[in-house]
Design a protein around this ligand. Sequence first.
Ligand SMILES: [Zn+2]
Length: 579
Amino acid sequence: MNRFTLLLIAATAALSGCGSEEPPQTGPTADLLLINADVVTVDETMPYADAVAIEGDRILAVGSTDEMLAYRDDDTEVIDLEGQMLIPGFIEGHGHYTSFGGSLLILDFRYAESFADIVSMVAEAAAETPAGDWIVGRGWHQDKWSVREDVLVEGLPVHDSLSEATPDHPVMLIHTSGHAVFVNRYAMRLVELDETTEPPDGGEIVKDENGRPTGMMREAAQDMFRLAYSGHQGRRPAGVAEEEMRRMITLAGEESLRHGITSFQDLGTTFAEVDLIRTMAEEGNLPVRLYMAFEEQAADMAGRLDEYRMIGHGNNFLTVRAIGEKVLDGALGTHGGWLLEPYTDMPHSYGLNVVPVEEIEASARLAVEHDYQMAIQGIGDRAYRELLDIYETAFEANPDRTDWRWRIEHAQVIHPDDIQRTVDLGVIPAVQGIFACSDGPWVEDRLGPERTRERGYIFNTLAEAGLVPTNGTDPPVDEISPVASFHCSVTRELPDGTLFQPQEVYSSERALYSYTMGNAIAAFEEDIKGSITPGKLADLAVLSQNLLTVPDDELLDTEIVMTILGGEIRYRDGEIVRR
Ligand SMILES: [Zn+2]
């Protein structure tokens, strides 16, 4: 007898005193039944179960398979999950939705094994692209190729095979570093670049022994191609640009569904983007539910925020009620995070205050006035403290309002004195588990060992203090993968096998909570999302194995088997299910 059965017996006895297998005489029937599952509900009133009944877009009931089969009628679809894990759909707690979609729109060469691979991918794209339009890709790195070209200049291929495959299109292939592009003959002609062209200051046009450009453009030499590309994109008719934006929105959502994500919190949108996303929500064309924060100047937001504030718009697909991610500081890796004390490896620098404090204060006043949530980036401990000060001022000026839940995004370095203050203010540090592992290799260089231990990525310390645990991967900054972020959250294992701040691991239960209920709470959505609870939205994910019980070193093998959104199967066995 498992934990669930015990709970069920207790619950049933308490409620009715009758057997659990007696079907309801009348009442609701399920449209979809998920049975024989390993259900982890993230709802403490019934943490484990083995079946879920769904009616319309809501969870109807949770319990044993026998009990749920009582909700079956002739039209009910029944899916036997054969012991696979069923959880609430993951909520991405911090990402950039349209730029994530944009990154999916262009070709991805991260896994290309050779230059020839890349050429054939580009040729395939060219066959579907109108002549004269750009073909753009990203993520190539010559050191990853197992096959070498016959002709190499400075260890890099020359453009001939690429140019022969794409005679009618300009092609720009962005190096994984972002510091170089590789282009074809058409693109070079377009910008009138030839043997005689001198490189711009700070740039290099790589040439072969005969002085012929190879196609490789380093640093500032990229600019003419990037400009030509953005100029071309900008000249397209409005309808084409909108069509492309729709594709980006669709691709971002479908990629989310592939990872079991049913809601995505977008930290930094514009009024124009929301206009289109709102239309798509009303059409029923948003692939995932969105929670959006404006990243606009305070002066531009004033007067427009009321009109744009919406909660659960388009059948709970779109909520706009936050201001973020304006960045108070920069990134830690590039010494931009704003610190209370100087960088250990750059002792003259405290980092950067990017957006002036006064601008954030102006946004905070607007947020109070129009009932928006603030969600501002504070990476360093100084930025974090400044934000607490700004938030506290707003809260104290409005003592009648409670339940603010204003957020500080990333919160990677926090002074111990600010932890209890955060609790007292009801502020939510919106952290990303995966960052501990992607940044782990160099954090100690920046902060020194002592400060790192005390203040760096102290996510479990925050949760233990009573703060809402949150999670995410900030796509497209880090790869969208709740499983990878879960793995880092519970192991803190770096790619080389060493551990970063291992005392700050989440328990498995807390990691799952952070990606579901925690993120729901950070968006005021815990009444409709975050757990498998009757009455909540039927947003669910089926996983190939149980994240809570599988050994740590097998966690990354976990596959998303199915993603259900509002009671509809939207992803199953590797395929997006389109309506
Ligand atoms: Zn971000």
